[in-house]
Design a protein around this ligand. Structure first.
Ligand code: G3I
Ligand code: 9MR
Ligand code: ZN
Length: 480
């Protein structure tokens, strides 16, 4: 093949993509894993750079960001909803195709990226062409720190964490970041946001210890403060107040966020206090719960994979059994599926659910290496990269069959799709007008539109890219 004719270094991403997809076009050919390995490796940087391109509150220069450069956006102090106080909460990543900054999905994104770095540090370079590149720290950690600095601003003195900062409405689809100048509001504290925050800051503390001790301590203090808030408060679910239509990310159940926080704080401190809570809060059957609302899988992963050994053998045994049983279950679905995927329904963000299952498979493979788990994981990744009924590669800018018209404001404004973004994928629920109008007769797996109008199938989000990063980082090594 052409791949063999080149030395690895001289192959461009586009060439790898071409070879990959030409080979793949027949769908009957099984791909050489090495090709997939090269493909996945070549995608880590563009998919990782999406986070940089989503940065809020700072200017993106044209040398790095090209047509997506912009002056600092969303820098005005935001009003604490229904009060007269204003806070400076600039920074962090825009969530998606909109410019909201929401704590709950932000924490899923950070958890994925930190787990990816923990599991495959060698997959992450210091060369993502972001402002911190070349500083001796893996760029994925620089990027995550950018988000953490914002998250720290979202915490109140009493430990509670505000749910989100957004305007009341979404701006026009072609609005640039700096053009969204409507008033921003900081919405009430929720226990889902507070629990997720406690968890990911506890995950971060040990990882940043050797990079910046002061910062690491700050993360841990903030995490403990958030945890104590949880201990003293009953569930505080978030609902959009009337007149506010930006993303809700509501979650009625915070038991899993409390569990995730307890697990991560045990790992960061080694204290029995947190281990006791984690054991009491553990729920079985949550091993693939890596959503923005359901985070039990993260608690399990953090507790089981360290850095500290879980001193409660019963809990460790349960997590292990649960993860393996879940992985077996995922494989059964994938092996039965004509599409080679595990998901039985196509919800909004279906690609994320598939990749969440893939993450569970790769974690199970760490416990018990299995060709079965890897075969299913490869099949899922092939689906994302184009082996699906529509023949669409769901990552922008990768190949000719990548989405061209994502529901993503900077892309709409620039007239070009920002590269390296995973779109949501088919949503059988027909949640937007374009989908309702054009997709109603289609099978569920084909309810996808490469149209800027279709926010329920063709939007992009930081927490979809993050789990893709986890899978790419792991698979690039497994298939190397
Ligand atoms: O939980 C129910 C489940 O019980 C039911 O079986 C299923 C089938 O109807 O629906 C499930 O609820 C879905 C929910 O997500 C949880 O998965 C809703 O139908 C679905 O509409 C909802 O979609 C969310 C969407 O916002 C609308 O709220 C997506 O998960 C979420 O990713 C998306 O996030 C948006 C933000 O609001 C704004 N920023 C962009 C971002 C990405 O599109
Ligand atoms: O553009 C919005 C997108 O970022 C959100 O994910 C989506 C769901 O909350 O809503 C989009 O905004 C649409 C709004 O909900 C309804 N009117 C059309 C808007 C799209 O321009
Ligand atoms: Zn912004």
């Amino acid at each position: 093949t052409r791949l063999e004719a080149h030395s690895m270094e001289s192959i461009t991403n586009q060439e790898i993509a071409n070879v990959y997809f030409n080979t793949h076009a027949s769908r009957t050919l099984s791909l050489a894993n090495i090709q997939r390995g090269l493909m996945t490796q070549s995608l880590i940087k563009p998919v990782g750079r999406m986070f940089y391109l989503q940065r809020c509150g700072v200017a993106l220069d044209s040398a790095r960001a090209g047509v997506f450069s912009h002056p600092a956006c969303h820098t005005a102090p935001a009003r604490v909803f229904r009060t007269d106080s204003f806070l400076q909460v600039s920074g962090g990543w825009h969530d998606a195709g909109d410019y909201g900054r929401y704590v709950v999905p932000a924490c899923k994104a950070v958890a994925d990226l930190l787990l990816a770095f923990r599991a495959a540090p060698e997959a992450f370079g210091d060369d993502w062409d972001i402002p911190e590149s070349g500083n001796g720290v893996a760029d994925v950690l620089d990027e995550v720190r950018f988000e953490l600095e914002w998250l720290l601003k979202m915490q109140r003195d009493d430990g509670g964490v505000y749910h989100k900062v957004t305007c009341a409405y979404f701006p026009d689809i072609a609005a640039n970041p700096q053009e969204e100048t409507a008033d921003q509001f900081i919405f009430p504290v929720s226990t889902a946001a507070t629990g997720d925050f406690a968890a990911i800051l506890a995950m971060a503390a040990p990882l940043y210890e050797s990079i910046d001790r002061t910062f690491s301590k700050k993360c841990l203090r903030a995490s403990i403060n958030a945890y104590e808030f949880l201990k003293h408060n009953k569930p505080l679910p978030f609902h959009n107040p009337s007149g506010v239509v930006t993303g809700e990310y509501g979650d009625e159940c915070d038991a899993d966020e409390r569990y995730f926080a307890a697990c991560a704080l045990y790992q960061a401190t080694g204290q029995a206090y947190y281990l006791t809570d984690a054991s009491a809060l553990y729920q079985s059957g949550r091993a693939a719960d890596f959503g923005w609302a359901d985070v039990g899988g993260y608690g399990n992963a953090v507790m089981y994979f360290g850095p500290r050994n879980c001193e409660d053998d019963i809990l460790a045994g349960r997590i292990r059994a649960d993860l393996l049983a879940t992985a077996d279950h995922i494989c059964e679905h994938t092996e039965r599926s004509p599409l080679g995927i595990s998901i039985g329904a196509f919800l909004w963000g279906s690609n994320m659910y598939l990749l969440n299952d893939t993450m569970a498979l790769l974690m199970a493979n760490d416990i018990q290496p299995s060709e079965r788990y890897l075969a299913a994981a490869r099949s899922h990744l092939d689906y994302i990269l184009g082996n699906n009924p529509l023949g669409v590669n769901f990552i922008t800018g990768v190949s000719e069959n990548s989405p061209k018209h994502p529901h993503h404001r900077p892309s709409a404004a620039a007239g070009a799709a920002m590269p390296g973004m995973l779109v949501g994928g088919p949503d059988e629920g027909l949640h937007d007008l374009a989908a309702k109008t054009l997709l109603a007769g289609k099978p569920a797996a084909e309810r996808y539109l490469d149209s800027v109008e279709s926010y329920s199938t063709n939007e992009t989000a930081i927490y979809w890219n993050s789990v893709l990063i986890y899978v790419l980082a792991r698979m690039s090594k497994l298939d190397a």
